[in-house]
Design a binder for this molecule. Sequence first.
Ligand code: ADP
Ligand code: MG
Length: 675
Amino acid sequence: MNILIVDDKPDNLYLLEVLLKANGHTILSAANGEEALQTLQTEGVDLIVSDILMPVMDGFQLCRRIRADERLRHIPFIVYTATYTGPKDEEFALKIGADSFLLKPCEPDVFMATIDEVMAASRSRDPSRAPAPAPEGEVLKLYSERLVRKLEKKMVDLEAEIQERKRIQEELRQSEEKYRTLVENAEDIVCILQDGQFKFQNQRFEALLGYNPGELINQDFMELICAEDRAMVMERIRRILDGDPRGTPISYRIVHKTGQFIWASSTASRVMWEGRPALLTFIRNITRQKEIEEQFHHAQRLESVGRLAGGVAHDFNNMLGVIIGYAELAKLKIDPQDPLSENLEEILMAARRSIDITRQLLAFARKQATEPKVLDLNRAVEDMLKMLRRLIGEDIDLSWKPGESLGLIRIDPSQVDQILANLCVNARDAISGVGKIVIQTENARFGKDYCMDHPDFIPGEYVLLMVSDTGCGMSRETMARLFEPFFTTKEVGKGTGLGLATVYGIVKQNGGFIHVYSEPGMGTTFRIYLPRHSEAAPLADAEVIGESAMGHGELVLLVEDEPAILNMGKQMLETLGYRVLATADTDEAMTLAERHAGQISLLITDMIMPKMNGHDLAARLCPRYPGLKTLFISGYTTDIIDPAGLCGNGVHFLQKPFSVHQLATSVRKTLENSP
Ligand code: ADP
Ligand code: MG
């Protein structure tokens, strides 16, 4: 058979040609309807197989033209198409005179069977009754219907595509928003480093380091790191890029845009960024933690120095007691006109000055004997003002701003004096020429939250004593060592370095804390917070001292493990007119008490002794010998050796070292006032 294939696609033409040739047919081809009509003018054709969509003239038109042409209308016509808008297409093709409608791609068997069917139908058909095309009007209607169908289908497809795109876009936006929320709201800096440079930074970067977002993109990360820490950071980066597991965070200093250091703790992990290895880095600001750590270490250092200083001062104090005691005894025994008397007086004066220094050390170490009283800080300051004015001289203006409705505090009044004197003298020394010192008081309170951030602070109600000056201020280095005993920036002979150590000790002993603010050239402010006392202030104790300081032959049991003090105490007491049983051993003390049962009027005992402490000794002897009175002596403060606070409630206490006069007074007081 001679078969004419009409298709604008060469590939389609070729495939059909191969198939039909293989089945023994001769093939003619045309690229569109127009070409096909031309071919039909000259060639005899037995069958036409035509595509629908073609340029110049489509398959439907070609079919209509053939069916309208007397000479051609008998040729069977198969529509073979890939464009299918629905079953109406086939209906339409048949209406305009096609013999069959096939959809591409079609199995060769089916295709060949269709050709056979069409040919058989055509042969059995009366050639004069070849299929006639539908009338023009109907065709146009069918055409436009088909077009509308096609368009409608396109529209539906387009709409579906739009919806699908929208869905994806949305989804994309949602997931991007989620990631943005995570990254941009993180407390830590999140950044990407590649080839040592920033490729991405979240907003925290600006808040923590002062650089605008994007300002550092493509800048070297290392330039932001404190020079001393660079090697360590580089090493860690190298290890992570080499595939080492993440490991523990590292701490290093980053330079803020203003030039200040920020302590950072960071972790990093290897990621791919735009196709190449990079570091995903998290950076946390730990500056505050570092400060708190530093403060803690500072406090620890002071504690240990305090313990050391206190221990030394305690032993030294005992020796001073011995020196003073013997010098006093010697003085009592020689004629006041004797030239040696003056020498002894010099020894006594030097020893007393040394006691002041050891007192300061003991105060720093919180071992000084104190007599806390409930008092009004405003009154205590006012009582001192005259003295302070004299202390600071006329060039410096001292102004006093008492706080209103100020709470009460419980402290040894002499300690307030010591604090004020030390702070004012320091302020005076810091002012060259004319300047101003302000003393101010007010109530203060700290909540839990505040104290969490300030490890030195304890929540509660406080009374604030503030001393500020317009002096030279302090460097960071000085601030760091301010409270250390013996730390001074003053010339030899001018400063002892014990002033602030003492203030620190006093404040700590009273449960308070100190805050210092100072900058070089900008003056200094000391804030001292002392716990507010809740009870009403009792009336000040009346000083009761016995008329006669001398003894009348009363028998005294003296127990003291330090032999030098024991001997001295014995001599002092005998000089004062007492009879003395002296021992360094508590067991022997018990034996002595038994042997002199009922004769002993007074037990004088050291508090801290190796075998048994003074308390326990007294607790054993007193119930056994009614009328026996007790005087405790110790180099420690009452709050260390007497946490129960028995001293002052009928229990008598004498701080070592003591003078003959102090001993005389304490002994009389104990004998006459004990219950
Ligand atoms: P000292 O006064 O004997 O030097 P302190 O313990 O009282 O010892 O003070 C220690 C150091 O603290 C001082 O030498 C000084 O450098 C510094 N200092 C204390 N108070 C002030 C102040 N108000 N202004 C400036 N520096 C001060
Ligand atoms: Mg000082």
